[in-house]
Write a new protein. Sequence first.
Length: 114
Amino acid sequence: MKPIKLLFICSRNKWRSLTAEKIFSVLSSYEVRSAGTEEGARVKVTQGHIGWADVIFVMEKKHMRRLRGKYNHELHKKKVICLDIPDDYGYMDEDLIEILKSRVSEQIEIPEDF
């Protein structure tokens, strides 16, 4: 079975989305990437990212607005989910990891022992 492709998006792709990419990439049933919406992002989201992804997780509503503003046509048949995680955490912050696991597991199947 083909892995499901997950894309995590925040503003600068330095803390939240990069943490999500790191923790979920160990799951063999998923391929995971991350990107940011701002000009100074570590990896800036592109049309290619949107086309690649099966499920797109954004950290805040503003990221959804930015994606829709730039890639509305490409998002037409995509599942885009807002996790409502504010920019209050550093990379691999334990609280951030717990929130990510909890909110993402409400949307996709994650192993019990994860």
